[in-house]
Design a protein around this ligand. Structure first.
Ligand code: PAF
Length: 295
């Protein structure tokens, strides 16, 4: 798709969405978001435009993926700014429903993504990935895209979506898009706007931990040494509360334990970090290939 970006059609109901989609011929890409769009989202849309004739973006803060006490109510809702940003990158249709349109009756049906939903993000947010699985399935069914794009920043979510599509035979191709970073190394996230200026500086510790971990892997360090290095970097930063530092196999998302150095050696793995900076919980990751040196 190469034409000049135009103002997107905003569909707020299923019927409006169906009408907008029926006017499209050719292939379709879907970018799902919760709004508060930043450069990371826009890079997904730009990639979507390369992959398909038409691009649909959904903007929906999905209540099903927030547990009581999480930031569902406080989550930034910036539809006007989002539409202005989307205009610059050429999404043609924006599906921006209210919760009552997406969940017209209380959902009695739930999806259990299995073991992947119980580790790392799932250990801290036990209902989160099930809620993501539900909304991803619903929006894919409503939009019927040829390809759906998800950011690699939410690596566990991306791995779960790949499993969902495989296990439920959803007729869509999933494409992962690399993490967008600010010049200070911090991964772009809608939650970065919760950070004070001081916290923003502290937040750099996450990407620094990943860089140090990568250096150790590149020098032949084993998985345990890579994780220990990243953990040390985070621990050295005041007021950064580490939730987890972990390695997970890049293909299977199997989490590598303390004794797994031999199995992990030579295999690409996600090095994943999650930490609280002030009251804001941030995640980040990169791909490393650990060696065999336990150090
Ligand atoms: O990554 C997100 O923003 C959300 O989890 C998603 C995929 C839009 C589902 O609500």
């Amino acid at each position: 798709m190469t034409d000049t970006p135009a103002t997107p059609i905003v569909a707020r109901t299923r019927a409006e969405l169906a009408r907008a989609l029926s006017a499209q011929a050719g292939s379709r890409a879907l970018v799902m978001t919760m709004g508060a769009l930043h450069e990371g989202h826009l890079s997904l849309v730009r990639r979507a435009r390369e992959l398909a004739d038409h691009v649909v973006v959904s903007i929906f803060v999905n209540p099903a993926q927030f547990a009581p006490g999480e930031d569902y109510d406080a989550y930034p809702r910036t539809l006007d700014a989002d539409l202005a940003a989307l205009r610059t990158v050429g999404a043609e249709v924006v599906f921006a429903p209210q919760p009552g349109e997406v969940y017209p009756v209380p959902a009695s049906f739930t999806l259990d993504p299995g073991p992947i939903a119980r580790v790392l993000e799932g250990a801290t947010r036990p209902t989160h990935l099930a809620g993501v699985a539900l909304i991803v399935t619903k929006v894919i069914n409503l939009v019927r895209p040829d390809v759906a794009l998800f950011g690699q920043k939410d690596a566990q979510q991306l791995a779960m979506v790949r499993l969902l599509v495989r296990d439920l035979d959803l007729p869509v191709r999933i494409e992962g898009v690399p993490i967008a970073r600010d010049t200070d190394g911090v991964a772009r996230s809608s939650r970065n706007q919760y950070l004070s200026a001081d916290e923003r500086v502290r937040a750099r510790a996450l990407s620094r931990a990943l860089r140090e971990g990568t250096r150790v892997a590149d020098e032949g360090g084993a998985a345990s040494a890579v994780a220990a290095t990243a953990r040390r970097v985070l621990a050295a930063e005041p007021d950064v509360g580490v939730d987890y530092v972990a390695l997970a196999d890049a293909d299977t998302f199997e989490v590598r334990g303390e004794g797994d150095d031999a199995a992990a050696a030579g295999r690409p793995a996600y090095l994943l970090v999650a930490a609280r900076v002030g009251a804001t919980r941030l995640i980040d990751n990169t791909i490393v290939t650990p060696g065999g040196d336990p150090r």
